[in-house]
Ligand binder design. Structure first.
Ligand SMILES: *Cc1c(COP(=O)(O)O)cnc(C)c1O
Length: 414
């Protein structure tokens, strides 16, 4: 069975019991389902098959080399959000012509590296950045391929911390400035204007904002082509949400694709998509062990795990909801508890008033949908080592990142 399912009351990943993996590598650990990633990529690619398109996996969501290599083997290209992600993409085997580079604050060094490499596109965030890219490229007697990130002033109706497409957000340039800016910049010998880009936020759970952004991009692209700028692509960004609640109510990728295709098809330009969360989020879990159970008199029952905000920051950072389930189902009756981490912060809480089968010390649980923005946000706060990551794929499992040792942790220190 692909994904995370119970078989004989044991939670499994692509058929492998998570208890077996936890036993082998210890907890906390992250476990990924290769089959889930494969099917998510296949579904998205199939939905966009009617038009020329390319999926550029957003490394930001999970940039563990084995995961990036798997996505590359499935035909994805790369979206890098920093110089570090560009280097990881290269080491995972992508060539510069397969990498787009986004980021609201690209440093001089990052831009120089991007221009020297000759990336597929640098998604420029401002007039100033276009100017800097042009100057760097001209000094190297080369031309940098750039796309302009616009801010379509659309409410993604996601969490305010991960909404990026409103005027008050720091991302992109205002829609109405795109055409005059690009028309002027097209004169620069160092620039080749190849596309127009938007990314209005993450964990977007309705199609309407995504469709509106696609329509806004199409409108600008039309104006630019009309003004004599031969664009090559429209980059609609990422942002498709996943079903953290497990209610089944999520963006239907076929419907999403239909809306984007309808908006952009008349232009005949190829599409770039930058999916992150939707490809890898549901493909990962964080496995943890109960290290303490305590009841405050007349108060709450706390279940303390050996994993916390250092391994999964989203609940502390955005109040994000993740389902928490036992590795062994059935048995004891369910009780209400607060599931918390070991870190010395009250925000280090994974869930309040959750039902778990009367937890005892030594029980194991899985925090679901942690494949995106999980391991990548891990920190060594409290000097906690970064946990190992296990990939189950094609009938076998392997450790794709070993647990950080104390020596690893101190490696860069004098
Ligand atoms: C974060 C990000 C993505 C990926 O977003 P998801 O919500 O994970 O799909 C894509 N493009 C850009 C520019 C981003 O910043």
């Amino acid at each position: 069975m692909p994904g995370f399912t119970y078989e004989q009351s044991m939670l499994t990943c692509d058929g492998v019991p998570l208890a077996t993996l936890a036993e082998a590598v210890g907890t906390p650990c992250y476990v990924y389902s290769g089959a889930t990633i494969r099917s998510r990529v296949a579904d998205l690619a199939a939905a966009f098959a009617p038009v020329p398109h390319q999926l550029h996996y957003a490394l930001k969501a999970n940039s563990t080399l084995a995961i990036v290599r798997l996505l590359r083997s499935l035909g994805c290209e790369a979206d890098a959000n920093s110089g570090g992600e560009i280097e990881v993409a290269l080491r995972a085997g992508f060539i510069p012509d397969q990498i787009v580079f986004t980021g609201v604050g690209k440093s001089r060094d990052e831009l120089e590296r991007a221009v020297t490499l000759g990336l597929k596109a640098i998604n420029a965030e401002s007039a100033g950045e276009l100017e800097r890219i042009a100057a760097i490229a001209e000094a190297q007697s080369t031309r940098a391929r750039v796309a302009l990130r616009v801010n379509p002033d659309i409410d993604a109706r996601s969490h305010p911390h991960i909404s990026t497409g409103l005027k008050r957000n720091k991302f992109g340039v205002a829609l109405e400035t795109a055409v005059p800016l690009l028309t002027a910049m097209a004169e620069r010998p160092g620039l080749e204007i190849v596309g127009i880009h938007a990314h209005i936020g993450s964990q977007i759970t309705t199609i309407e904002p995504l469709a509106r952004a696609a329509r806004a991009l199409a409108e600008i692209a039309r104006a630019l082509v009309g003004a004599g700028l031969p664009l090559q692509h429209i980059d609609v960004g990422g942002g498709v949400g996943i079903d953290y609640e497990g209610t089944g109510a999520v963006v239907d990728v076929a419907e999403y694709a239909r809306a984007v295709i309808e908006a952009t098809r008349p232009l005949g330009l190829s599409l770039i998509l930058e999916p992150g969360r939707s490809l890898v989020g549901p493909a990962g879990v964080l496995v943890a062990t109960v290290v303490d159970v305590k009841e405050h008199p007349g108060g709450r029952r706390f279940v303390v795990l050996d994993a916390g905000m250092t391994e999964l920051l989203r609940p502390a950072l955005y109040g994000a909801y993740h389902r928490i389930v036992p590795l062994a189902a059935g048995g004891r009756p369910p009780v209400l508890c607060d599931v918390v981490g070991p870190v010395c912060e009250s925000s280090d809480t994974f869930g309040v008033d959750r039902e778990l089968p009367d937890p005892r010390v030594g029980d194991r649980v899985a925090v679901l949908d942690t494949g995106a923005y999980g391991a990548v946000m891990a920190s060594t706060y409290n000097r906690r080592p970064i946990p190992p990551e296990v990939l189950v794929d094609e009938g076998a499992w392997r450790v794709v990142r070993r647990r950080m040792s104390v020596d690893d942790m101190l490696m860069a220190e004098a």
